[in-house]
Ligand binder design. Sequence first.
Ligand code: SF4
Length: 345
Amino acid sequence: MEKWRWTTITRETKTIEFKTGTGLGAPRSTPLVSVNGLKKYFTTLPTFLERRLAGASPKITRAVDGVDLHIHKGETLGLVGESGCGKSTLGRVITGLYAPTEGTVEFHGDNIQMIFQNPYSSLNPHHTVGQIVGAALKKRGVSRNALQDEAVLLLRQVGLRHEHLSQYPRQFSGGQRQRIGIARALATRPSFIVADEPVSALDVSVQAQILNLLEELRAELGLSYLFISHDLAVVHHLSDRIAIMYLGRIMESGPTEAIFHNPRHPYTQALLGAIPRIGERSRLSELAPGQALAAVNPSPGCKFQLRCPRKMAVCEHEPPEPSHVPGDPGHAVWCHLTERRALTE
Ligand code: SF4
């Protein structure tokens, strides 16, 4: 018999609902995580000087502007987009670190944890590894007597050793620090982890080790991930499905192979064209600029119109609805071109 627990957290003026429980016995078709109509807006007040000089009013940045996502048990969803597209904000709203402006997150699992981009700044430099992991174990209710044994088990699980317990974060390499961050996330036995650019601060050789570790942990512990990255090549190896995000909205989503072999959205096509060859860095930043401006002053139509080489008149005033790609199950595109093509196929 399932045991469900409902927790409602209200912050600001809106409500986010987490449906939590054992997850056992949930129907296969029930997503582990459902994100529905999620929005997160930030308001920036003008400085004193701006008000005096230009009579400026508050700016609203639509970091997340109406996102729907579903992630199933044991699945990895790769969330890809350039810096500032809202993907990290979306991850933080899903984990409850930020309250949504609007929309809901429904979660049918035990708990959600986050692995952060910068393993150094996310670890307290004044605490030993034993204290960092121990604090997370205490939250799970592990007794004082069992803390050390449990902490050693966790360290082994992420490729660290017993003697590391008494050391401080500054004594480790970047890859080892990220392993500590992963051990801390695992301490509460989560069923779902939001990994926010977990390898972007690491050397290329170390990136592969951490990605392999995440993949092994997923298989061993039955985890599900939202894997956030600006790098499609990194996401390709780990993800079952990929969602492409631009200016707070999803542009295209589908199975990984469908996105790579049959990309339909002009933005996805541009991202794929920017994937570097082995040994090169990603060239996403070489795409035409315009993102930050449009996040603050969005036009009513398609969010990608300022950079789109295939823009039509309709794109300026009508936001595209999702269209399913014929013959490609689970592949959806938010673009008027695909809408028109779908109507004629
Ligand atoms: Fe380009 Fe229009 Fe499609 Fe947007 S809806 S991506 S502007 S063609």
